[in-house]
Design a protein around this ligand. Structure first.
Ligand code: ZN
Length: 645
């Protein structure tokens, strides 16, 4: 297996980008808002209880445990977000708040290293008795990620030491040796986190535990069937939904060949599988990752980069089952998919992985948060009709407006940690190559092998088509700059210091190997046309429909621009698609307009009739899907009807 590519350190990447900065600039206020949420200081929002639970566990506050059993993970993801933010920004006040939170977490830790407030406060006798449902290992995973990020960012090892003590207890409790629990998490996440912990500490037992979880998962007899603690209310769940595939234990990992079950769990699991494959050189695990990834990308993913089409179980159902209105499409699932894609990209160096990563990040992840950074979607369908969604209880998972917070608040801190760490997705590198995966305007200092290199990217991508990449170095030792040719874009022209470039296209990357000594300007002109996309006809929900994209950006119709009854619009196959940049909308966006037709109310009130409805010409205005619902409640539609003439 080829050595993996790695992200560049966030602290050396300064982003100032037309598409992303409007979101990234909300991160400091967003972290403050989320800290208020975690401390139950948001008026009229669902309570978190998160810091309350830690204070009770630490003996600093009286009271009972509040919220769900996995509430701890919210502050872990928040701390991880703080860590990434502090890596590129000085903010002593925020750092002090985070340090104080870490002290409270440390005080909550038990003498033997145990650290999960649900069991410390509410169920002290039931530790490790229900790995399937009670999320202990999931919460531990998020704390590992937070500790590694905080250590890398601030150099402070207090949280890392706390968490290593806890993970050492887990290593002594669960594993293949006799006397240990032969189990694995019901909600994967800790696998990828353990690999991060291994990489930062060099302690092989952490990698071994991640590998054990993956090797053991799905083996017969299935561990979850043998767990005895099922008398709790959370266990009284529908066995048709919460079956073996839900937990990805229907077969050993190396025999799994379709993406099954709870979408977030699946994508976190396979991110960890890819990490373990990479660290151990296990080709069988890598092959499984490729198979699962292809199944997702080619048969089970929405055009918006979201996954989990069935609300019951928040899960995958089957190939080509991609209903638009009832979709679950959790924000966390797209974040997890971007992580899985990133790992595969770093191992396989193939742009097809970056295409999925970019798709998830540019569409569903951003749809999950408002432009102000303080309202959130958990569920991200591709069609919304507020009156129906609010009255049809089969659609009650669909919120018609972004929410202040959630009782189960996995998504908001997940989105903010992703925004704060966007830099990790832009580049990947090894000693001989610098890959540019995402065209985001930024200035970066990096080491490629022993060479000091400064890279500056200027672009209006994805709305504008020019990309200028300035490379500066004192080294005359050649290396390769690999520039991605994104899906749905076409190379018009590429030059180096004004002269034609002699690039080689390899797995979707335009590669230039040369001596870069001095300052070199690489210019790329991409054609990024608005394209009509049609789904495979096996996707029943999209038959007779079309969606519009421009590069990675998926467009939608909104009621705010087009009036109600978006389902009544039809887009002719030959209608011109006009692009116009609107400076005043959403902080600046490319809009698309077309001459379409729309059914008209002809006064006929009968439910069924023998004559087709009348239509008239109507302008259709499309805006990027990620911005929908930033102008109040209203209908939204991605896949519009084609005009059948
Ligand atoms: Zn979530």
């Amino acid at each position: 297996m080829q050595k993996r590519l790695q992200s560049l350190p966030l602290k050396n990447i300064a982003i100032h980008d037309n598409y992303w900065s409007r979101y990234i600039n909300t991160v400091p206020a967003g972290l403050s808002y989320q800290w208020d949420a975690l401390n139950d200081r948001l008026p009229d929002a669902e309570k978190s209880y998160c810091m309350h639970n830690f204070k009770v566990a630490a003996g600093l506050e009286e009271g009972e445990f509040g919220g769900r059993c996995f509430q701890d993970s919210d502050v872990a993801k928040w701390l991880e977000g703080v860590a990434y933010y502090l890596e590129t920004n000085r903010d002593p006040e925020l750092e002090k708040i985070a340090d104080e939170a870490i002290e409270i977490i440390g005080k909550a830790q038990q003498d033997d290293g145990y650290l999960d407030t649900y069991f410390i406060v509410a169920e002290p006798d039931k530790r490790w008795t229900n790995l399937r449902d009670w999320h202990e290992l999931y919460c531990a995973g998020h704390f590992i990620e937070a500790a590694v990020a905080y250590y890398n960012s601030t150099g402070k090892d207090r949280l890392l030491k706390i968490i290593c003590r806890y993970v050492d207890l887990i290593c002594n409790t669960i594993g293949k040796e006799e006397g240990k629990i032969h189990g694995y998490p019901g909600h994967p996440e800790i696998e990828l986190a353990l690999v991060k912990l291994y990489r930062v500490t060099g302690e092989k037992r952490y990698l071994d535990l991640a590998k054990y979880f993956i090797d053991e998962r799905g083996q017969q007899p299935v561990y979850f069937d043998m767990e005895k603690s099922r008398s709790d209310p959370q266990a009284a769940v529908d066995p048709q939904i919460f079956n073996h595939t839900y937990y990805q234990v229907h077969a050993p990992i190396r025999e799994q060949d379709t993406a099954e079950g709870h979408a977030v769990r699946n994508a976190y699991l396979y991110t960890g599988v890819a990490d373990v494959a990479c660290e151990t050189g296990d080709e069988t695990l890598l092959k499984t990752c490729e198979t699962i990834f292809d199944n997702i990308a080619e048969k089970r993913m929405y055009i918006t980069g979201s996954i989990g089409s069935a609300a019951n179980g928040e899960r995958f159902s089957t190939d080509y089952d991609l209903p638009n209105h009832s979709s679950y499409s959790e924000s966390c699932a797209s974040i997890a998919l971007a992580m899985f894609a990133k790992r595969m990209l770093e191992i396989k160096r193939d742009s097809k992985y970056a295409d999925v990563m970019e798709n998830a990040l540019y569409n569903t992840v951003l749809a999950g948060i408002s432009l102000e950074g303080n309202r959130f979607f958990y569920v991200n369908p591709l069609e919304v009709v507020p009156d129906v969604d609010e009255k049809n209880l089969d659609l009650r998972h669909v919120k018609t407006e972004r929410q202040k917070w959630f009782g189960c608040a996995c998504c908001p801190p997940n989105i903010i940690r992703t925004l704060a760490s966007l830099g990790q997705y832009i580049y990947s590198a090894d000693d001989e190559n610098l890959f540019v995966n995402l065209y985001v305007s930024n200035e970066t200092h990096c080491k490629i092998g022993g060479r000091d290199v400064t890279v500056s990217v200027r672009t209006q991508y994805p709305y504008g088509s020019g990309i200028e990449i300035k490379v500066k170095t004192d080294s005359d030792d050649p290396f390769t700059l690999a520039l991605r040719l994104p899906k749905h874009t076409f190379l018009n022209r590429m030059t180096v210091d004004g002269a034609p470039a002699h690039e080689v296209l390899e797995k979707g990357y335009l590669k230039l190997k040369r001596n870069w000594k001095g300052e070199t300007v690489v210019s790329i002109l991409l054609d990024i046309p608005v394209l009509r996309i049609y789904a495979n006809p096996k996707v029943r929900a999209d038959i007779g429909r079309v969606a519009l994209v421009k590069g990675p950006v998926v467009y939608c119709l909104e009621e705010a621009d087009n009036g109600a009854n978006l389902g009544g619009f039809e887009l002719p196959d030959d209608a011109a698609l006009r692009e116009e940049y609107d400076n005043t909308l959403f902080g600046g966006t490319m809009t698309i307009t077309a001459e379409g037709v729309k059914v008209v109310d002809d006064g006929n009130a009968s439910l069924y009739r023998t004559t087709p409805p009348k239509k008239e010409k109507a302008v259709m205005k499309f805006v990027p899907y990620c911005y929908w619902n930033n102008r109040g409640k209203g209908e939204m539609l991605v896949w519009v009807c084609r005009e059948i003439k």
